[in-house]
Design a protein around this ligand. Sequence first.
Ligand code: AMP
Ligand code: MG
Length: 403
Amino acid sequence: MLSYEEALDHLLAAAQPVEESKPAPLSVARGRILAADVAANVTVPPLDNSAMDGYAVRCADCAHAGVALPVAQRIPAGSVGHALAAGTAARIFTGAPVPAGADAVVMQEFCEHGADGQVIVNQVPKSGQNIRRAGEDIMSGAAVLRAGSRIGAAEIGLAASIGMATVPVRRRLRVALLSTGDELTEPGQPLPPGGIYNSNRHFLRALLEGYGCVVTDLGRVPDTLEATRRALRDAASAHDLIVSSGGVSVGEEDHVKPAVEAEGALSLWKIAIKPGKPLAFGKVGAGGTASSAAFIGLPGNPVSCFVTFLLFLRPYLLKRMGMATTLPVARQLVSASDWSKLEDRRSFLRARIAPDGRVELYPNQSSGVLTSCAWADGLVDVAANRTFKAGDPVRYLAFADLL
Ligand code: AMP
Ligand code: MG
């Protein structure tokens, strides 16, 4: 049996990032992976500007509270004033450039109207107060976004703030998805005797699309060697990766292993984790050609399938998508539950954070209980032969960091 890290190392070593990239408009860039660093051609903000509605002044003119100054100009946001003459103030609004010569802005709440259009400044300003400095966010030439990062709302905003209408992104991964198992029935259909609904197909598609993959859903493949081989051959040509669920045990109804071996090459790993012992990894078609694709076979049990996706397929996908970091950051939290079952494998327990901040376990940790994955908002990572009690520290992997 391989350890989790050994299996992951094998997978990541084989994961070549896709190379093609193109500029994507900001409106469709969310979730994409940056193909290159993005540097600023502008300074943000471009000029010193006011953080408040108020009056721009020279501190030297306001040595004591109650000074009356003539208001020599009015500067709304979007316009540029002129140099502030000594002994005058400028009416100014939030975001408007601070005129040359002014070294503070006094909030309008600390000012009142005086005679003859003067302003009475009821505060002794400190130099620099309420002024946002040019370049305080971004200096021209600075790298603003890094290659290999995933573009979220904040990154889109940052790109827009430096005037970029597009960002360079890697092409999406093309993934073919197939389910094995003659017992599988599609949702919406009547359930025949002996049948179960195909759940893996639907959550795998959702997970893959959540990572920005373009998914070809090939549905269920009949449990025969010929049908499985044909499905793999067809899928290999137009895809980077084929993902299957089920059929990776070594029962006589499990055709994935012999089919991938016949069409390419396969390693079947027994990994010392629970849930999700078997994982198949290989390729279909002659390696490196347009008609070849990597292959990953996930276990059929829905919980095993879900958890192995997060533990193995996710980092593999992220690396192939071109992401710089692929591993989640685990958090050290306190358990609210006891775990007294000695497992000889490292376990990933479905868990969630209770309102008091401690981690509670779903009561049924069976790998057939998909309810646990919907209830949970993360996994507790427990070493083999380890138990814990409420109050003990546990290692927690949040779905929010994974999905
Ligand atoms: P297998 O790995 O094919 O032996 O399947 C292991 C268990 O998972 C069996 O109980 C299957 O019925 C179940 N299973 C396999 N594929 C799916 C699926 N797509 N949806 C729900 N259950 C599945
Ligand atoms: Mg099966």
